[in-house]
Each structure stands twice: as structure tokens, then as C-alpha cells.
Design a binder for this molecule. Sequence first.
Ligand code: NAD
Length: 481
Amino acid sequence: MSTTTTSYKALVGGAFVDSLGGETMDVVAPATGDVIASVPRCTADDVDRAVEAAAAAWETWSQKTPKDRSELLHRMADVMDEHAEELAQLESVNVGKPLMASRDEMPFSADNLRFFAGAARHLEGKSAGEYIEGYTSIIRREPLGIVAGICPWNYPLMMAVWKLGPALAAGNVSIIKPSEQTPLSLLRWVQLCVEKDVLPPGVVQVVTGDGVPVGSRLVEHPDVRLVSVTGDVATGKTIARNAADTVKRVHLELGGKAPMVVFDDADPVAVAEGIRLAGYWNSGQDCTAGSRVIAGPKIYDKLLEALVPQVESLKVGDPMESDEIEMGSVISPAQQERILGFLERASSATVLTGGGTGGRDRGWFVAPTVVADVKQTDEIVQDEVFGPVVTVQRFDDDAQAIQWANDVRYGLAASVWTRDVGRALEAVRKLQFGTVWVNDHLLPITSEMPHGGYKQSGYGKDMSAYSMEEYTQIKHAAFKL
Ligand code: NAD
């Protein structure tokens, strides 16, 4: 993969354009620190131009049938499949993530598009009938119009797909704002879709730039009917507040602090293998990363004995060096500093392995880290680190395990490890999280099943038929007989 600088453009009204002000911003490969591309630094004026183009496209797009919408999504999925390796390479270099991870994401994202291609033709509602004497009532499930997706840097293409799939399936036109740090795989995919004559002008726009002013203008714009954001809790709160001015619908997919509750009857080796993946996949920069292990009194020592060598066996490095790399860099120097700051402040904790940059002289790395002797109230247990850091706590009884697991402001994902079905069912019932896995963590996700948070992890669902509800509105029409 070459690291020469490539200039990308924003997609507005079917054309690839510079920002109106002509400014650009650099995109960096975090595993090396090299500048690899530039993209337009768009402003509020560019958002307004994209909204105008979307409104123009809506005139014709809103006349399309579910079959037409379905066909578009299938063709977009085909383009992704045909260029999966190129897109995976670009994603890998831009995010600093292992090729094995980005190669996994492409077919999964294409499958997601195909799921929504099917969902476009299966919108359900209440049956028409005479609910009031002398009247026939019908329900229409209609698109919202112009919707916006604001994406994070950790899974840039997949998060954009999670927002585009249901938006287009339901008949909306969409404006996507990728993360300022990782816009490349999305820009390349839409470029391919336009070049291959797959994407009708204006149905999808991509506007690059910073959260403020690009994201904020999308949130403010009166003609944008929904904003779906995946990002930090603080960003979600700002967006929800700002969206109130135009009574805009908001879908929030925010941070997480996932517990892995390990009961004494679990297999310590299987759990350690599970943590190796769940805690360190994408350098732990995953909103569902298993970041808090809460282990029973009898399994605690055996688990640590199995876990430390597992974590130390991770192959860390620049993903472009080898297909064998299992963990890459973190996204930026600021993120590296943030993660190491959590470790410095956890002064009473014991770092069992990791804890520094891993001694690499280029890029922004954090060594895979396991931390014990932490208290439930410690910052490192309470706040999302978003890095390759896993804390381990020892609980006294089942009630304390569940209480600790729930005792954070987040509620996105959790897992329970036990051979006892009754104990697992009880834990699933009591855990306040939008996803609970039993005897696994992180990867069991599928297009048919919803992904979304409880508590401050947000509201609304990505993936699954549930997400179609976010992107549609219900109309009742009553006909006097
Ligand atoms: P972030 O909150 O910094 O940025 C997310 C997006 O919001 C970016 O595109 C950014 O430019 C934009 N933004 C920032 N300020 C804005 C504003 N005032 N108005 C409108 N848009 C604004 O998040 P990030 O650092 O890119 O991603 C990491 C966070 O995302 C973590 O907290 C992680 O847990 C979360 N995340 C959640 C999920 C999920 O499904 N729940 C998935 C992936 C990541």
C-alpha cells in the first residue's frame, strides 16, 4: 500500500467538489504519523449546499418504489464486495487497524446493506380497517426526507453503512459526515459507486470537515429531519441539546464501558481467550470492548494466570508491515496521551502487563495492558478509556458482580461467562445493557439483530428491522365512508 498523499473531495449532488472556501485538511496514518491524504475542510456553507442538493434529489428519489431502493442498496453492496481488498487496505492504513480486522468488516458491511435491501421491501404496519364506525383508517409508514449521519473514527466505513442502509431503505436521502480523522474508506467507496453509475446524484452526500462547523450545522439545519450520531457521550449530549431547537429526531449511539462478568464455574482459559479478543480488538477502540473484567473469588487467580500470557502474545505493530499484526496503533497522539493519563492517575492499581507505549519510535501505540487492584469508584473503572486497557476486579458474590457491572453511566454491551443456564438467564435479566452476550463477547453481531444503548450509551437502534423505525414516521389517514 503506497502512502503517497491523495486528494479526496466531498460528494455533493453527484459531483466531487472542493469546499466552497477551498480549504483542505490533512489525513494521517496513525501507525506511522505520515500524512496520507487531504480532504476538503468544509464549513456550514458546504452543509447548506449539500442540503440543497439533497432536497433536489428528494423530488425524484421519493417517487421510487421499495424495489428501486432495494436494488440501489444491492448494487452499493456489490461495489463494496468488488473492491473489498482496496477498501480494507485504506481503512487499515487510515485507522491503524490490523488488516485481518478491516478485511472482516467489508463483507459484514456489504451484508448489512443487503439486509436493508431486503428490509426496504418489508415495511410493516397495522392493518387498514374500520377502527371508528363509519371510517376506514390506514397507516402509512413514510420516510423523513433529508437525514444526516455523523460518524466516529473507529469503524468509519461500517458506521456510515449502518446509517445509510436503513436511511435509503426507508426512502430518505442522506448526508454523511465522516470523522475528520478517518474519512478515506467511505470517500473511496462512494467514489466507486459514482464512477460505476450506481449512485443517483444527491441521494447520498459526503461532507468532510470538523464536528464544528460541519456536524453542528447538520444538527442545526431546519430541513434535516434526523441526525444519527455515533460518538462520545459528551458529543451526543451537545447534539441532543442543539437538535431541540428544530425538534429534530435524534438517534444516539454513544460510548460504552462493557463488563465481562466471569462466574467461578467458567473455564478460565476460554475466558482469557475471549478477553484477548474483546479487550484489544481495534486497540480497544470499540464502544462494546470488554474493558472491565469482574471475576468470581475462586476463578480470579486462575484467570489472571491465563490472561497475562494471552495478552502478551498479541502481535502489535504497523498493520502495513504484516498481515499477522493483531493490534495496531491508537488513533492519534491525543488519544495515546488520554489513555496513558488514565493509567498514571490510577496510582493504587497494579499494572500486570503493558502500561506504556510499547517502545515503538513511530506512530501512536499503547501496549496491551491489564490492570488489577482497582476500586469500583476509580476513574479507570467508571469512564470509557477507549484503548487497549482491561481492568480486573474480584467480586464476593453474584449480587455484587451484577451491581458493579451496572454501576457505570454507560449501558451498551456486557457479557456473562458461566456454564450455569439459570445463572446466565438471571444475569441477562438484571444487566442494564442493550446487548448481553453469554460465554462470548464482541463479535457475535449480525445485521438482523439490533445494536444500541441503555442509559447514557444513547437511544435508538442501528442494524435490524428496529432501525427502520428511526428512519420512518407514521401517518394515520381516516376515510369517511
Ligand atoms: P466524537 O464524539 O469525538 O466524534 C463523533 C463525530 O461527531 C465526529 O464525526 C465529530 O466530528 C462529530 N462531532 C463532534 N462534535 C460535534 C458537534 N458539536 N456537533 C455535531 N457533530 C459533532 O467521537 P469519536 O472520538 O469519533 O469516536 C469515539 C466515540 O464513539 C467513543 O466514545 C465510542 O464509544 C463511540 N462509539 C460508539 C459506538 C456505538 O455504536 N454506540 C460505535 C463506535 C464508537
